[in-house]
Design a protein around this ligand. Structure first.
Ligand SMILES: NC(=O)c1ccc[n+]([C@@H]2O[C@H](COP(=O)([O-])OP(=O)(O)OC[C@H]3O[C@@H](n4cnc5c(N)ncnc54)[C@H](OP(=O)(O)O)[C@@H]3O)[C@@H](O)[C@H]2O)c1
Length: 390
């Protein structure tokens, strides 16, 4: 049980207004959230107690079961993400959520307490509880793992829409995926294989086996020149990295080919300022238009939020399709590790260092790593089973 004066109030969408929360609710349960206290490195993150939010009209409150920790959270934390640049700390991170409904606001129909639902929220979901608009929810099928469902909600929906909404790929096309070992990259390979594409993926050399396992030909981005791998060039290149300003990805296309740009990992550096990123993005866009006119190649900038704003029904449709594939085990996202609140800052360091082979997913119910440590082995004939981390 938590006393009201144990909590610090927070400023985040979906976390409710402190003044609306009855004192008894605060005494009965508490919220925990991952806040950006200041822009910059992972040391600017803090896990704090917060008031329990209350579902408003048309909203539900969920007990969070899983919420991804994404590279995009790193971009937001460094104040280099256009969509959240207007936000000033403190605010709560958390791009996607899978949770169980534990409170229904007025006017909500079609959902019941205990239903498991998912949403993409951009902010606010690295929390123990949060509120969500009921008209934005997607149901999570029974029997599906919550961490895997969270992995699909942002990264895999991005990949699905890149393939089928932005590029509209066709069976047999030759496709290059930059950053193929990453969260979106892996999803592009798995879904691209299901769509009958011939795939190549750039990744560090140590990820070659993973890329092959996912059905693509690996290209070591530290040693090989991806522009020379396919004579004549690729039909489509997906680039979320932006090394050399996408110029070499453009070069790797065949005449009439399509470059789909969706990220700029290579530009996310501590010394960068929000305005310089915006100017750089605008310049890349203008340059790609010019190259299109000059070389018969096309470029398309994709944002999952812009697509959701323009076509709200597509997001749920695509996520439901992915959940269906997950339920039948036709796809299986790699969860590198399920982590507790105490491990989120370290997760950001790991994301920035690179080399991960799957998603890091915050599971608020998980006890801290220290408490999960395997018990000391006692001398004697019987061996002690280590407690699994997941
Ligand atoms: N537009 C949208 O709607 C949208 C949606 C989702 C994500 N994004 C953005 O897309 C990017 C990727 O997201 P993510 O979640 O997949 O990130 P991620 O999990 O960190 O994956 C990025 C991958 O890029 C690899 N990489 C780094 N430098 C590379 C290079 N020069 N060549 C090839 N690979 C390189 C990393 O490999 P190593 O580990 O080997 O270094 C890592 O596997 C991020 O910038 C993210 O913000 C945009």
């Amino acid at each position: 049980m938590t006393l009201a004066n144990d909590t610090k109030s927070v400023n985040a969408p979906g976390l409710g207004a402190a003044s609306a929360i009855p004192r008894t609710a605060v005494l009965e349960a508490r919220n925990r959230v991952v806040q950006v206290r200041r822009f910059g490195g992972p040391d600017g993150l803090e896990v704090v107690d917060a008031p329990l939010p209350t579902a408003g009209r048309g909203e539900v409150r969920v007990r969070v079961l899983a919420s991804g920790v994404e590279y995009t959270d790193v971009v937001i934390r460094r104040h280099l993400y256009p969509q959240t640049m207007h936000r000033q700390p403190p605010f709560v991170l958390g791009y996607d959520v899978v949770g169980e409904i534990d409170q229904l606001g007025d006017g909500v129909s079609g959902f019941q307490l205990g239903d498991r639902v998912a949403d993409m929220t951009v902010l606010g979901s690295n929390a123990a509880y949060r509120t969500l608009r009921s008209d934005c929810l997607t149901r999570v099928p029974a029997g599906v793992d919550s961490a895997e469902a969270a992995a699909l909600t942002f990264s895999w929906t991005t990949a699905y829409q890149l393939l089928h909404r932005a590029a509209r790929v066709r069976r047999g096309q030759r496709v290059l995926v930059q950053g193929a070992a990453g969260a979106v990259g892996q999803a592009l390979l798995v879904l691209g294989r299901l769509a009958g594409l011939e795939l190549w993926g750039t990744a560090r050399g140590s990820h070659a086996a993973l890329i092959r396992e996912l059905g693509a030909t690996p290209i070591d981005y530290q040693r090989e020149d991806f522009t020379r791998v396919v004579p004549g060039g690729f039909d489509v290149v997906f680039d979320g990295i932006g090394k050399d300003g996408y110029g070499r990805s453009f070069t790797a296309l065949k005449r009439g080919g399509l470059l789909c740009v969706y990220g700029y990992t290579a530009r996310v550096q501590p010394q960068r300022r929000p305005l310089t990123i915006l100017m750089w993005l605008a310049r890349q866009y203008l340059q790609s238009l010019w190259k299109w006119l000059a070389g018969g190649k096309r470029a398309r900038l994709y944002s999952i939020n812009v697509m959701r704003a323009r076509h709200p029904a597509w997001f749920r449709e695509d996520l439901e399709r992915l959940f269906g594939l997950l339920a039948t085990r036709a796809i299986r996202p790699r969860v590198a590790e399920r982590i507790s609140f105490d491990e989120v800052a370290e997760a950001h360091r790991r994301l920035e260092a690179g080399g991960l082979e799957g998603k890091l997913v915050l599971c608020p119910d998980l006890s801290s790593r220290r408490d999960r440590a395997p018990p000391q082995r006692e001398p004697g004939p019987t061996s002690v089973q280590a407690t699994p981390a997941t």
